[in-house]
Design a protein around this ligand. Structure first.
Ligand code: MN
Length: 280
């Protein structure tokens, strides 16, 4: 373990929450448009909303990771033809592939607080069959450490491995760390990644950068060596960490479609208009 390259924190920023509508507030943890810097991630929104914030809509060429921080959301999708319910600590990994049509909404009079991360798909997987993986909090494996527990939703943490299927290798863990305790998360050196602090505060990386609730931290590069990122809680800390292999491909994104070329985007809109979008 002591051969792992200890990563620094490259930058820290504070997420600004904005009012989108009377029933929806949102903050961009990862602002869209920074395709090269955030590769393989496209954007991450923190949303707080009630019924009516979103309507039924399509996606192609990417995946979404939805993580419910608080509340309950009902989802409907074109793959199963029905839906399900996600509650606090539950997670959904939706591979849109060649096309899904879906909707997400809290129940009448309820609200939900969640994170939605868009993960890009490489050219060879953009048109794969859609796939939904719903993982409820009690089914996520947990790594226990002194003063800490780490839920492993995708990838691995130490010797604890998630069985979530990935097209693009992605690590997604949630950490709860008591004040004064430390956790070391191992990561392949070529992964890009970041941390978002949900509660409390901590000290992060080899350069001991301080951050608190509502702040995000981009992990410094590690070259090709195996690496680690160190986290120490300075106040009861809850965070999520996402990391993944960069694709290094051109990104053309329009609305809910993320492809490699303008022609593929035009095709996605044409297929959606012509009813050729969803698998029959
Ligand atoms: Mn969507």
């Amino acid at each position: 373990m002591n051969k792992l390259h200890s990563r620094d924190i490259q930058k820290v920023w504070t997420v600004q929450e904005r009012k989108i509508s009377a029933v929806h507030r949102a903050g961009a943890v990862l602002e869209p448009g920074n395709w090269k810097d955030y590769d393989p991630f496209l954007l991450l929104m923190e949303d707080k909303f009630e019924k009516g914030a979103f309507d039924i809509h399509p996606h192609r060429g990417m995946e979404t990771i939805t993580y419910v921080i608080d509340g309950t959301i009902n989802h409907y999708d074109s793959v199963t033809g029905e839906g399900g319910k996600l509650q606090s600590g539950d997670f959904q990994f939706m591979t849109a592939g060649r096309g899904v049509v879906h909707n997400e909404s809290p129940g009448e009079g309820e609200s939900v607080h969640l994170l939605q991360l868009w993960v890009n798909l490489p050219q060879k997987y953009k048109m794969v069959e859609p796939r939904y993986q719903n993982i409820h909090i009690e089914d996520a494996p947990i790594r226990h450490e002194e003063g800490a527990h780490i839920r492993v939703y995708s990838g691995s943490s130490g010797s604890v491995v998630s069985n979530t299927l990935n097209y693009v290798p992605v690590t997604f863990v949630e950490m709860n760390i008591e004040n004064g305790a430390s956790v070391i998360q191992d990561l392949p050196g070529n992964y890009n990644g970041f941390i978002y602090v949900l509660e409390g505060s901590g000290s992060f990386g080899g350069n001991n950068v301080q951050a608190k609730k509502g702040q995000a931290l981009w992990l410094g590069a590690a070259g090709s060596e195996p690496s680690l990122i160190q986290v120490t809680a300075t106040d009861q800390l809850r965070l999520v960490l996402f990391a993944g292999v960069p694709l290094k491909e051109p990104v053309v994104a329009r609305g809910p479609f993320v492809m490699n070329t303008e022609e593929e985007i035009a095709q996605a809109y044409a297929d959606y208009r012509n009813g050729k979008f969803i698998s029959q």
